[in-house]
Design a binder for this molecule. Structure first.
Ligand SMILES: CC(C)(COP(=O)(O)OP(=O)(O)OC[C@H]1O[C@@H](n2cnc3c(N)ncnc32)[C@H](O)[C@@H]1OP(=O)(O)O)[C@@H](O)C(=O)NCCC(=O)NCCS
Length: 184
């Protein structure tokens, strides 16, 4: 689906070079191509891999997260060429008894290193705080995933603590709306 023919009710938000829209069934092949890229999967090898599992995940997120429809995973469209270049979003987790909202970003390798990850992360933070009225956002990151750490930091998130999440060690990066207002 080209960025230029997207219905306005599909759009979640935009940044300078990216448009985030709801996922649609036609995204299956593009999404699966991302998920099976070994470089993309490097820090979450247990993540969704098969075509059937990608289809199931896509169905699960079609209307937003089933229990939090304002959240979910969305398609990232590169506006200059209309390409589907990633899936990003805001995901709810219960961590140590607390509802946390994670910023999630994953981009096509061909588009890495152009500042688009940082642009996506900053856009997700702004959307979460300004549009959804969230108070705090986190990222759950493998300590060795330097690109993701730098991407989170460029969106204002800071290291908070180590955590075991889904049976794997990770680092919690976090930002609260108060920090953003104070530093603006
Ligand atoms: C994380 C990801 C979205 C970054 O996308 P990107 O478009 O290449 O990122 P940017 O070009 O905006 O760079 C953001 C920051 O990361 C740094 N960076 C990017 N790739 C890097 C790498 N391989 N090693 C070290 N730093 C890197 C950039 O220098 C920049 O830092 P700066 O702000 O200090 O200059 C991309 O690598 C990706 O999709 N990875 C696979 C999925 C993934 O791991 N997602 C995160 C799960 S927690």
């Amino acid at each position: 689906m080209n960025a230029r023919i997207i219905q306005t009710d599909m759009v979640i938000f935009e940044t300078e070079r990216l448009l985030f829209r709801r996922l649609v069934r036609d995204d299956l092949t593009a999404l699966h191509t991302l998920y099976r890229d070994p470089e993309i999967r490097r820090f979450f090898p247990e993540g969704t891999l098969s075509l059937d599992d990608t289809r199931a995940e896509l169905e699960w997120f079609l209307g937003g997260h089933p229990r939090h429809p304002e959240l979910g995973l969305w398609a990232a469209i590169h506006k200059p060429d209309g390409a589907f270049i990633g899936r990003c979003g805001l995901l709810p987790w219960t961590i140590e008894g607390r509802l946390e909202i994670e910023i999630a970003y994953l981009l096509d390798r061909a588009y890495w290193g152009r500042g688009l990850g940082a642009e996506a992360a900053r856009g997700l933070v702004r959307y979460g705080f300004e549009h959804l009225g969230l108070q705090r956002l986190i990222a759950l990151i493998d300590a060795d995933n330097v690109a993701s750490v730098r991407t989170a930091e460029s969106a204002g998130l800071q290291f908070e603590r180590d955590l075991i999440h889904d049976d794997a060690p990770c680092r919690v990066y976090a930002v609260s709306v108060r920090n953003v207002v104070r530093s603006a």
